[in-house]
Write a protein that binds this ligand. Structure first.
Ligand code: NDP
Ligand code: HSE
Length: 420
């Protein structure tokens, strides 16, 4: 049987998981594809961890030149993460005629145009593993939705934050304990701020929406909020109202205007996204003819992500020499930042006559209509009051919150969370 040589650059969580699958399912993959995939080189800063995995010493290297200059290696997997040297290594591999499979959403989002234009028919870049772990969302967008104009993507596309929110909500864990477990399980980015501050989901949304809308949606145009300011109280308040808190990525294309944002949101308990637990991800797509579809599965971790990488390796080997895919068009999209949403917000304010009237008067002045409000408790003369609005515009809501913050009777605005 024909053997195809590949290399893995970066032997951490995902690189290691990829190797497990390539060896564990070697025969099954060989039988179904007709070729055996041989890992000829593994690059890491620490070659001992490669050897400790039982891999032959001569396979391990610290030197990228051993990979790029080897004409027998036709596909290179990049699982190092970060922008440099990954960017430089990938460009050199493509230039040397090697296809690249990467899980690196940060790099793809930041250097999309450069990487895509470096592709040739014989050396292409594949990135199924970059978004939503083991879910075949890239292939669905590229090959399963061609009959449709996709108008909306909405989903849970970061496993770490979903895991943290779930553990806080269901098991009462603290934010930091839940994050520590997510890190130990291999879900988090090297710098977990990328997860909890929403950067990771923002990079993924840039990639997914670019494929969905057929035009490059730069990550710089995406509004981003993470879960780092969310408190256990917010989660509990939502729960009491019948909502589950999720970090969502949302992108909509209406009349050529793009709304793209990553933010925590209260999702009604009956909504399918509310039931997405742990490090699972789920992505809703709306197509003009197919209607709604939802993809669901493991969103992070060694083997789910490794599974997406191995599937790309197989496709990359099969595609060698075939014509490149349709390109995503360039040119700046028009963004709509004044989208409409319902909002939950809470304040602490002096518990005296007229306080609430001043707040509701400001909301009215800004065009924000209230659906309900609850004053729960009073501590040291300060009342904790939470509000739900009807659909309103983002700019109206931000203006109202800005003005409420300035009121003498208001000590603080505790939270502002969008509601689905
Ligand atoms: P890890 O930190 O576990 O693995 C990265 C590995 O690459 C480490 O062994 C690291 O060595 C090594 N490395 C870093 N820089 C170099 C370099 N210059 N030369 C050689 N080796 C290098 O990260 P993950 O496996 O979790 O993530 C890898 C990529 O996959 C990232 O782009 C991430 O965003 C993406 N990803 C991760 C998922 C996950 O669930 N973890 C899921 C989907 C995508 P050292 O440890 O010594 O720094
Ligand atoms: N840190 C990422 C997450 C890994 O938690 O979703 C998967 O892309």
């Amino acid at each position: 049987m024909k053997k195809v040589n590949i290399a893995i650059m970066g032997f951490g969580i995902v690189g290691g998981g990829t190797y497990d699958i390539l060896t564990g399912n070697y025969k099954m993959i060989a039988d179904s594809t007709g070729f055996g995939i041989n890992v000829k080189r593994v690059l890491d800063l620490d070659t001992q961890k490669i050897i400790d995995k039982g891999i032959a010493k001569e396979v391990a290297t610290k030197n990228f030149e051993d990979i790029v200059n080897d004409p027998d290696i036709s596909v290179v997997v990049e699982t190092m993460g970060g922008v440099e040297p990954a960017r430089g290594f990938i460009l050199r591999c493509l230039e040397a005629g090697k296809s690249v499979v990467t899980a690196n959403k940060e790099l793809l989002a930041k250097h999309w145009a450069e990487l895509k234009s470096a592709e040739t028919d014989s050396a292409r870049i594949f990135f199924e593993a970059s978004c939503a772990g083991g879910i075949p969302i890239i292939r669905t967008l590229e090959q399963g939705m061609q009959a449709n104009n996709i108008t909306q993507i909405m989903g849970i596309i970061n496993g770490t934050t979903n895991f943290i929110l779930d553990k806080m909500s269901e098991e009462g864990l603290s934010y930091s304990d839940a994050l520590k477990i997510a890190q130990d399980l291999g879900y988090a980015e090297a710098n977990p701020a990328a997860d909890v501050e929403g950067y990771d989901a923002m990079y993924k949304l840039s990639i997914l929406s670019s494929l969905a809308f057929g035009k490059h949606i730069p990550y710089t145009g995406i509004c981003r909020e993470g879960i780092d300011k969310i408190s256990a109280r917010d989660i509990a308040e939502g729960k009491a109202m019948g909502y589950t808190l999720k970090l969502l990525g949302i992108a909509q294309n209406s009349d050529g205007k793009i709304e793209a944002r990553v933010n925590p949101a209260f999702v009604p308990d009956k909504h399918p996204l509310a039931g997405v637990r742990g490090a699972f991800n789920a992505v809703y797509l709306k197509g003009d003819y197919v209607g709604d579809i939802m993809l669901y599965g493991s969103g992070a971790g060694a083997h789910p992500t490794g599974s997406a990488i191995v599937s790309d390796v197989i496709v990359a080997i099969g595609m060698r020499g075939k014509k490149a895919k349709k390109k995503v068009s360039k040119g700046e999209p028009k963004f709509n930042y004044n989208y409409s949403s319902k909002y939950y917000f809470s304040i602490t304010a002096e518990d005296k006559a007229g306080s609430l009237a001043k707040v509701t008067a400001l909301l009215g002045k800004c065009g924000v209509s209230l659906a309900s409000l609850v004053q729960k408790e009073v501590t040291n003369g300060q009342a904790y009051i939470s509000f739900l609005t009807h659909c309103t515009y983002e700019q109206s809501m931000q203006k109202a919150i800005g003005e409420i913050t300035k009121l003498d009777c208001v000590s603080s605005v505790e939270s502002l969370i969008r509601v689905i």
